[in-house]
Design a binder for this molecule. Structure first.
Ligand code: TRP
Length: 455
């Protein structure tokens, strides 16, 4: 158990740059493009930013480092990693199992949204979703999400692409693709920013994003920031255990995680700088979520010089961001089926893609044929989002932090983090252990109780 029968060498990332690209690819996702900028604008600009930074440092980063270290030490999937690292008879492997469930749930709604993004790449190439009238752009979006076949077909395109990349392997697929896409993402985003900053209302857009309004900062804003930090860093379900298991032994884990955190933050800020000056220039509402990306932005683009081309660039870059995140999500169950259940990698990929397609169909159809099918007052889309984001991820994060701090323990963690003493980072390790033992679990618990409506 825990190993496949074949004696083949375990796959892994081949270069430091590749490790960085793949890990950053996981962190950067749909969350950066609309969640982050809109939440920052709504919740007090620079004030929110400051709290988000603290949350990232106190919760996101420590748990990410813990996951990467666990994965690299065990060199195994999350279930096997937690099993081999805990005392005999303990059920910590269940945390890995829960992570696998979370991965399927997140993918089922995430892939439905990525499907819209892909559809919009197509629509923007055609020019069909472009209109200066938000009523028209809203109708265009509604016609997409309310069409069962369009929703399903685009989701299958997404899954086929992600499955196809994973078929090429960890180094030949994930690493090779993210290594090319991440620089492209930065170039496209920087280009959009430069363009956006030349617009008339650039200053108002920047003010919306960056001027601190501490009056808006209350306890629920703090909790929003912690939740965002957590989701942004892709922690709480074993993604980073999985990727850590592909890290080279000489990889400096805290340095890598720190770089990923900074680059991820840069993408978020650039996305805000690219979007809001344009939104303000044309007097639109800076609303959050699907409405901003799929309804407001097409109306904004239609009024810009080169708007058609810019819209293509925007949706291509959003697709790029989403691809890296999807790869990291799908790889978690693929590796588990491969290593633990002995499926060959292509079989494991096929099985996972089929499962996500089945579960994801319920989410993709939530705006059409299944619109009235509700459990606990939520559509399948809403339910998958709620259960994974408010329940499984925070619970997984708490348990991983506690496991690393209390069960695996300070000594082993410190040794592993220093690459067996090669890196002099014992002080940092002590600090991380304190955060993992006390600070992160308590903060995440508060966020979770709030998300469930108990606070
Ligand atoms: N971090 C990604 C985003 O911002 C989403 C994501 C990818 C994720 N893998 C994850 C979130 C694992 C939680 C857990 O869009």
């Amino acid at each position: 158990m825990g190993t496949s029968a074949t004696p083949e060498k375990r796959e892994g990332f081949s270069s430091t740059l590749g490790v960085l690209a793949a890990t950053l690819g996981s962190a950067v996702g749909l969350g950066n493009i609309w969640k982050f900028p809109a939440l920052t604008g709504e919740n007090g600009g620079a004030g929110f930013l400051l709290i988000y930074l603290c949350a990232t440092l106190l919760v996101g980063l420590p748990v990410m480092i813990a996951e990467l270290t666990l994965g690299r030490t065990a060199r195994a999937n999350p279930i096997a990693a937690l099993k081999t690292m805990s005392p005999p008879g303990h059920a910590w492997w269940l945390v890995g199992f829960m992570g696998m469930l979370a991965a399927f749930l997140i993918m089922s709604f995430y892939s439905a949204v990525v499907a819209w993004v892909f559809a919009y790449v197509w629509k923007s190439l055609e020019g069909s979703a472009l209109s200066s009238d938000p009523v028209v752009t809203e109708a265009a979006f509604n016609s997409l999400v309310s069409s069962p076949w369009q929703s399903l077909l685009w989701q299958w395109v997404v899954l086929a692409l992600i499955g196809g990349i994973l078929l090429k392997g960890v180094s030949g697929g994930i690493e090779a693709v993210t290594k090319r896409l991440m620089p492209l993402l930065f170039v496209l985003l920087a280009g959009l920013c430069v363009f956006s900053l030349t617009l008339d209302e650039a200053a108002a857009g920047l003010a919306f994003l960056f001027s601190p309004d501490f009056a808006k900062v209350d306890s629920s804003v703090v909790l929003t920031a912690v939740g965002l930090a957590f989701f942004k860093m892709s922690v709480g379900m074993g993604t980073m255990i999985t990727y850590g298991s592909y890290f080279r032994s000489d990889q400096n884990i805290p340095l890598t995680a720190g770089r990923v955190m900074c680059a991820d933050l840069a993408v978020s800020l650039l996305a805000g700088i690219a979007i809001f000056p344009a939104v303000f220039t044309f007097g639109f509402e800076p609303s959050a979520g699907p409405a901003l990306v799929f309804i407001t932005l097409p109306a904004v683009f239609s009024q810009l010089p080169f708007g058609h081309g810019l819209m293509v660039v925007f949706f291509v870059l959003t697709s790029i961001a989403a691809i890296g995140a999807m790869l990291s999500l799908l790889e978690v169950p693929v590796l588990i089926l491969h290593e633990r259940f002995g499926l060959k990698r292509p079989q494991a990929i096929l099985a996972c893609v089929i499962m996500v397609a089945a579960l994801g169909a319920a989410c993709a159809l939530s705006a059409s044929v299944l619109a009235d099918f509700k459990l606990m007052g939520r559509t399948m889309f809403g339910l998958a989002d709620f259960v994974s984001s408010n329940l499984l991820l925070p619970l997984g994060g708490i348990l991983i932090a506690l496991f690393t701090g209390w069960v695996w323990g300070r000594d082993r963690f410190t040794r592993a983090l220093s690459n067996d003493g090669a890196l002099g980072n014992a002080r940092l390790a002590s600090l991380l252990v304190i955060l993992l033992k006390y600070v992160s679990p308590v903060l995440i618990l508060i966020v979770m109780l709030q998300g469930l409506g108990y606070l």
